[in-house]
Design a protein around this ligand. Structure first.
Ligand code: APR
Length: 309
């Protein structure tokens, strides 16, 4: 069987960490693309030299030439700038929109059948921009944000209950921004809803910490934003696509009427497989959840409007 090919556009913290997970697992060949002269080649060489130690047969290529990304099965877009303390994800809008538009134009022709995963923030809007600039069907363009936010919520729930984090299954809706909507009613510990296990005051505190989870790390790092968990979240989505897993994950998907929203990328639970977003799961929301989701989606729509896309 021919090895799969994953290209990562933007070989910075998130991009390189994702490449590391791929190379370590050996599940695909990897192309690391960046505009910084020499840097993607240097990181690719470094990763290549780790492969014998990992018993991995992945080939890792570094480049600043889009031609080398041709024939990719999955393309991850992390190119752009990351947050500094005091910045919201939305402050990155204009700069990253220019970068991501150029990326969309650069990758489309060579990999017409690829599934694209947007990571660059503000991520929901960047997914929309990649959908527009590549001209790909919307089910083959999605955004990574929900998997990360859900992992953060799962972490805090696990700490609260002193249970293994892997048994917490979090559901999260909305944009990957400060108004994201963690969903305690649907978040379970081995099938038991957290609403049965944690007081509502404490749940509210965990939800707030999740909403500010990215900013909490930015304020500690001071020079950039999180990358280990973002890379792990991206890796999980890549695997769902490469192995056609049909895995339900929260992803930024293009809605066409679901949840009363039409023509917008926003985070919802979806089944991910070889063709990207294979099915959007529509949960029945209560009034409070509906309001919170509408507010979060409204914030994304506001940014899309600024870009006029
Ligand atoms: N084409 C390709 N790569 C680019 C371009 C471009 N036009 N412009 C910038 N880059 C590269 C930078 O050279 C840098 O190596 O994107 C990379 C971004 O890496 P970092 O600055 O380390 O940022 P990172 O922490 O990886 O975050 C990337 O993901 O999580 C989001 O908010 C985060 O938007 C940010 C993105």
């Amino acid at each position: 069987m021919k090895k799969k090919k994953v290209s990562i556009i933007g070989a910075g913290h998130v991009g390189a960490s994702t490449a590391q997970l791929l190379a370590h697992s050996g599940i695909s060949d990897i192309v690391l693309f960046d505009i910084v002269d020499g840097m993607p080649k240097g990181k690719a060489l470094d990763l290549s030299e780790a492969c014998p130690l990992w018993n991995s047969a992945s080939s890792v290529t570094g480049t600043s030439d889009y031609a080398e990304t041709a024939g990719s099965d999955v393309i991850v877009v992390t190119a752009g700038i990351a947050r500094k303390p005091g910045m919201s994800r939305d402050d990155l809008l204009k700069t990253n929109a220019e970068v991501v538009s150029a990326v969309g134009r650069g990758i489309a022709a060579g990999s017409p059948d690829a599934v694209i995963i947007a990571v660059t923030n503000p991520m929901d809007v960047m997914a929309h921009l990649l959908f527009k600039t590549t001209g790909f069907p919307h089910h083959r363009v999605m955004g990574m944000g929900g998997v990360l936010d859900a992992a953060r919520f799962s972490t805090f729930v696990a700490w609260e209950l002193n249970v293994s984090p892997g048994v917490v299954n979090s559901v999260i809706l909305g944009g990957h921004g400060d108004q994201m909507v963690p969903m305690p009613r649907f978040t379970t510990v081995n099938g038991v809803p957290v609403t049965e296990l944690i007081s509502s005051d404490r749940i509210d505190a965990l939800v707030e910490r999740t909403r500010g989870g990215g900013a909490e790390i930015v304020s500690l790092l001071k020079t950039g934003s999180a990358y280990y968990a973002p890379a792990a979240a991206t890796f999980q989505m890549i695997k769902a696509v490469l192995f056609d897993e049909k895995r339900p994950l929260p992803a930024a998907c293009y809605l066409t009427g679901q949840y009363g929203i039409d023509g917008l990328y926003v985070g919802v639970p979806a089944i991910l497989g070889a063709s990207g977003v294979e099915k959007i799961i529509t949960l029945t929301l209560n009034e409070k959840e509906r309001e919170a989701f509408a507010k979060s989606a409204g914030a994304v729509a506001g940014l899309v409007k600024i870009l006029n896309i």
